[in-house]
Design a protein around this ligand. Structure first.
Ligand code: MN
Ligand code: MN
Length: 465
């Protein structure tokens, strides 16, 4: 055994030294992380869109005793409630022992992910093939969405108000869809394009059929045949696309990545990799001190606009209603509340290290990442957590032995981004971003480390306790 030198001892005492979390935890924790991620993978496969995520989350919560929120009911500590906002966002809460006026502990994650939405009038025929026109949703590198199997999920709403669920392409015996790309042999001109328009928005057309309706008269018989299949399967006509929300997402399932199976590759880690831990943390909470709240929000990828996004008042209204059940005001509850904005951050990628500033970049397996601020340029558009709140969260995580790291979204002036944090801060809530580092973020197959996913769960669970 070698003795530690004076400088080694002093370094240990004085220096910030983030390390690989897997070297800091025993086998028992690592095994728990692996088993937690098995459940996470099945959540990913069942919750590829915001609607599917809401449905899956509510069904898990109901098994744990959560009931729809009734603003006219009275609630006691330990009662579990949820508010379903238009099947696209959901709030779960457990009434705490302390009065609401002492503030709530909130975790907010989002359940929408970048994807290809069908246009309102999507179906057309060209060159004896039937295709869907799409409009991409969120920030995607468009060239990544060609030549991969796609599934189709969503709803048709008919004029009588009936809602028809659509889900095609997930099961091995179901057909899938694809955006075609140009063969390299004929791509000389395409190669001259800049990468961001290697595939253009109007080239993201989804191939859906090639058989003509068997009739020797008439035009567009391939399109007609597709309409006939849709009518047979769902009872819908072409006009029903006008009142539909149909989303194309990668058709592959979540899978382990690496010979050591240490990582998960999947579509939509951003932000299900925080939504699932936030959900599971509240499901595993019984009678918290302060009222615990998990928000699973929609529309984050398009700026949180829309009545299912966190820029909307639906959360504020929920808190107002809840406050009334204890004869207090919503603003008092909000002003004393604390929030973890649970969202992903970029992980340092050894192939693209130049976009990161190493001292402040998150790495895979170093645990849950706390991001003090996001934004672009001079921190524009960030809520920037206070030193006081950072101090609180730091103590909470360290005292519970949770492995965590600091993160920043890339080098200064190189780009930027945002989360829902600022929309919570708007309500006078203390908020900081906490989440999981991701490789290939916003691609059809994002990668996270299992260890970090589990640390995110432990962090949020600890926050609720
Ligand atoms: Mn996100
Ligand atoms: Mn995102």
């Amino acid at each position: 055994m070698s003795e530690k030198s004076a400088s080694e001892v002093l370094k240990e005492q004085l220096c910030y030294n983030p390390k690989n979390g897997r070297l800091r935890k025993d086998d028992e924790v690592l095994e728990k992380a692996d088993s937690f991620c098995e459940s996470y993978k099945s959540f990913l496969d069942n919750a590829k869109t915001e609607r599917m995520a809401v449905k899956t989350a509510i069904s898990l919560a109901e098994q744990k005793g959560f009931k729809p929120f009734d603003p006219h009911a009275s609630y006691k500590p330990g009662d579990k409630i949820y508010l379903n906002n238009r099947n696209k966002a959901v709030i779960f809460a457990i009434i705490g022992n302390r009065p609401l006026e002492d503030g709530m502990r909130i975790t907010a994650a989002h359940i929408d992910s970048p994807r290809l939405d069908l246009k309102p009038n999507p179906l057309y025929e060209d060159t004896e093939l039937a295709l869907f026109k799409t409009h991409y949703y969120g920030g995607i590198k468009k060239y990544q969405w060609t030549a991969i199997p796609l599934a189709l999920h969503g709803v048709f709403v008919k004029k009588d108000g009936s809602v028809i669920d659509v889900s095609i392409g997930e099961e091995p015996d179901e057909p899938c869809f694809v955006v075609t790309d140009l063969l390299p042999h004929l791509a000389t001109e395409q190669y001259k394009r800049q990468l961001h328009e290697g595939i253009k928005g109007e080239e993201l057309n989804v191939l859906v059929g090639s058989h003509p309706f068997r009739d020797d008269k008439g035009s567009e018989l391939v399109k007609l045949n597709i309409l006939s299949i849709l009518f047979e399967k769902y009872g819908v006509i072409e006009d029903d696309f006008l009142s539909a929300e149909l989303e194309c997402v990668p058709a592959f399932k979540a899978r382990d990545v690496g010979l050591d199976r240490s990582m998960i590759g999947a579509y939509g880690h951003d932000d299900r990799v925080c939504a699932y831990p936030a959900l599971q943390a509240i499901l595993d909470t019984e009678q918290p001190d302060r009222t615990a709240v998990t928000i699973l929000a929609d529309k984050e990828e398009v700026g949180s606009e829309g009545n299912t996004g966190l820029f909307s008042s639906f959360f504020n209204y929920f808190v107002n209603d809840l406050a009334k059940t204890q004869d207090t005001d919503g603003y008092r509850v909000l002003s004393n509340s604390e929030c973890l904005s649970a969202d992903v951050n970029a992980a340092l990628d050894p192939t693209f290290p130049d976009v990161m500033e190493r001292r402040n970049a998150a790495m895979l397996n170093r645990g849950v990442v706390v991001t003090k601020y996001t934004g672009a340029r001079g921190k524009a558009g960030t809520s920037d957590a206070s030193a006081e709140f950072m101090g609180k969260i730091r103590a909470l995580l360290d005292n519970a032995g949770i492995v965590w790291q600091i993160g920043e979204l890339g080098k200064v002036d190189l780009g930027g981004g945002g989360t829902v944090a600022k929309f919570l801060a708007y309500h006078n809530i203390d908020v900081v971003d906490l989440g999981v580092p991701v490789l290939s973020m916003h691609s059809p197959f994002e990668v996270v480390a299992k260890f970090d996913v589990y640390m995110a769960y432990l962090a949020i669970h600890e926050f609720f306790k």
